[in-house]
Design a protein around this ligand. Sequence first.
Ligand code: ATP
Length: 270
Amino acid sequence: SKARLFDEKTDVKTTFLDVAGLEGAKEEIQEIVDFLKNPKKYTSLGGKIPKGALLVGPPGTGKTLLAKAVAGEAKVPFFSLSGSDFVEMFVGVGASRVRDLFKQAKEKSPSIIFIDEIDAIGRARGKNNFSGSNDERENTLNQLLTEMDGFGTNTNVIVLAATNRADVLDKALMRAGRFDRQIYVDLPDVRERKEIFEVHLRPIKKDDTVDTDFLAKQTPGFSGADIANVCNEAALIAARKERSAVGRQDFLDAVDRIVGGLEKKNKIIT
Ligand code: ATP
């Protein structure tokens, strides 16, 4: 069967309740939820609804989660694709796939298109520091720009894109009427880490030695994805030890394991 370029989810269950911390980002993106829910209210005075917003921040901080939550809150379909898959898997057909994606999203509007790792497609033109054909990538990028420019004011498709390298993006992407809004999604501080632990502890059977204030203090520099990982590892560690609930020491062991993994990853990079 043909590899799927993009994913379509029609009944997204993710809401802002699943996104811990990120108060500023949630507040900014709430506006997009409102546009999708009630576009006429916003266009009635002649205003134009934005076409796109860029979510900028380090890996694992909840950019995808936040985009999905917009779809869940607005109860609209969520079309997603990853920029790196695009460049690797669809040599020669990138532009036509972009056309297909936008066509689908328009047919099901109001809707969200989410492009993860947009830097893989959207690097400044004329710099060939990626694997694959540069012409191909440029064609894909040009098609994306064409599609966004082609939206009428009442298309009601909003394109969200994520990157941790806003600095390498082609400036044409950020022009008015394209991704002209940027929303920053940073690593969580200690208070936010506590909230992220609370979200990811919900499904876990834990005993009363588990203290989220303590865990938040033990995890400086961790992203939301790292914390989700800690909670899952802790549950597996406790299960291996045949315990009936996950305890504080299991979390500490899981933190050690994740820290070990992070150090290894950094060693490979440097
Ligand atoms: P990448 O840049 O690597 O694609 P991302 O910023 O898109 O990362 P997500 O994929 O949204 O990160 O996060 C991965 C997982 O980490 C989420 O599915 C969720 O389980 C957890 N997570 C990340 N941030 C948060 C958060 N703020 N609140 C709750 N969970 C979070």
